[in-house]
Ligand binder design. Structure first.
Ligand SMILES: Nc1ncnc2c1ncn2[C@@H]1O[C@H](COP(=O)(O)OP(=O)(O)O)[C@@H](O)[C@H]1O
Ligand SMILES: [Mg+2]
Length: 277
């Protein structure tokens, strides 16, 4: 077999989301949609892959999720050199870091709350003072709203570094699901507390995607290099500000048929990597 040749052309390779559970199984939903349209797929168990002893080339690999265990991400990155991986490992890594995400959002000229990534308590105190005596602290590699809190003094902070953000007053936020160059669905999330994440007890309800949501969410996904993404927006007077981009998003509470749309997208990507004979 020559270089760049998929040993099983047309077969979509799927890395399952490690956090899937029987009642909340994103991977299986997309696999069912692939089955429904007759698209062949097979599991790619990264735990059994040695990227230096693996003849997979020129294939489409979909990573629904990754375990941060020091092997999965690196193995996928190695495979990405000779396969098309959705989302690209670099995009997944960017989205995992709030610092990298904010940097790319700002470079793309997208609205995002004032943010600092700071090393000292003095810097943190000055940032808080500049933003009305309060700021939102976020763990750099946090997710699902974990560890996020409002602080009004550097004394409330543990160990540096400190990712601090201007508090944007709100009673709701929006999660927009982007696939390719289109926002295909959105939900409004509400809760009585700071973080409206579904995992923090937020309530999600499907809403129409407005042109402004579409424009910002698509631009944000593109800024981080994601094929598909969940983009969090906060409403501000006159529009929205972009909080973050999720590179392995779920689609809780969405009424848009996300698994079908994702399956369609994966098939289209696969057709581009495997020239039809
Ligand atoms: N700057 C902010 N001002 C007000 N609320 C915020 C701010 N940043 C985050 N939040 C709230 O916290 C939630 C989680 O923040 P987010 O940046 O999306 O991190 P995570 O990756 O943990 O979801 C948001 O959905 C929003 O409800
Ligand atoms: Mg979020």
């Amino acid at each position: 077999m020559g270089p760049g040749v998929d040993p099983d052309p047309g077969m979509i390779r799927i890395v399952r989301k490690p956090t899937d559970t029987p009642g909340d199984d994103s991977t299986t939903q997309v696999c069912a949609a692939l089955d429904a349209r007759g698209a062949p797929w097979t599991d790619l168990d990264l735990d059994r892959v040695d990227p230096f002893d693996c003849n997979l080339e020129g294939a489409l690999i979909w990573a629904c999720g990754l375990r941060q265990d020091g092997h999965q991400f690196e193995a996928l990155q190695a495979l990405a050199l000779s396969n098309r991986v959705v989302n690209a490992p670099d995009a997944i890594a960017t989205c995992a870091s709030k610092v990298a995400t904010t940097a790319l959002l700002l470079r793309a000229g997208l609205p995002s709350p004032g943010t600092g990534f700071l090393r000292t308590r003095e810097q943190a105190e000055a940032f808080i003072a500049r933003h009305g005596g309060r700021a939102v602290f976020k763990p750099v590699y946090g997710f699902d709203g974990n560890g996020i809190r409002l602080v009004d003094s550097a004394d409330d902070l543990d160990e540096p570094p400190f990712y601090l953000q201007e508090y944007v007053p709100n009673s709701e936020d929006y999660r927009v699901f982007v696939i390719g160059d289109r926002a295909v669905g959105a939900i409004r999330r509400t809760s009585p507390h700071l973080t409206h994440n579904i995992h923090q007890g937020g309530r999600g309800e499907a809403v129409e995607v407005t042109p402004e949501m579409d424009r910002l969410a698509v631009a944000a996904a593109r800024a981080v290099g994601a094929d598909y993404a969940g983009v969090d927006l906060l409403p501000v007077p006159g529009g929205f500000t972009v909080l973050e981009v999720n590179g392995t998003p779920n689609w809780h509470c969405m009424t848009a048929p996300i698994p079908v749309l994702l399956a369609d997208y994966l098939v289209r990507c696969e057709e581009k990597v495997t020239p039809r004979r």
